[in-house]
Unconditional design. Sequence first.
Length: 228
Amino acid sequence: MSRWILVAEDERALGEMVCDNLTLESYHAEHVFTGPRALERMKKGGIDLLILDVMLPGMDGFEVLRQLRAAGDHTPVLILSARAADQDRIRGLELQADDYLTKPFNLRELLLRVDALLRRRPAPTAGSDTLAFGGNRVDFRAMKAHCHDGQEVDLTTTETKLLKLLAGHLGTVVARRTVVEHLFGSSAATTVRTLDNVVLRLRKLLEVDPANPRHLHTVRGIGFRLDG
């Protein structure tokens, strides 16, 4: 499954160059230009790594990082900065940045650092053959759900893969594009209705009130989230 990288860089040409090269390395890359926009996008979830410029308009990168960590977000952060002074590097590390690269930088070095940070944080998995929530128990290996109302139902391969993906990101929004690629492949011509029908069936099975779900949420315009 491809990893999602957010590039927060106010220099348009530099940000686009970084994103283009990340895409060539088979990552998904998004580009934002301001500190507040970076913070807003991170709060929506689904990002595996943040490449963060320090000199951002609206809110500098250090403040973005401080607020992320204060909110309990431990997504790996690679700081990019024209500031090479020791005190700036130390400040970034004190704020729990995972790496710090000064401008101008070698593109190959940047890509190697990105790879290293993502290898330290393996792609999330459910970590178990079963998942329990809301009176339900899902057996991924058997592809069965023991539901809150006592019935036992067989799950399709797509339903099982969706639940396991969301379980691996429990409490975090997974981008719709990530879900589609994981379930159907990057070249699949999957309609919005196809995926939404899968989610609706799971809600009917696993939610006490499918119209007002407590666990399997659709985050409008972004993706899906499973709450335990």
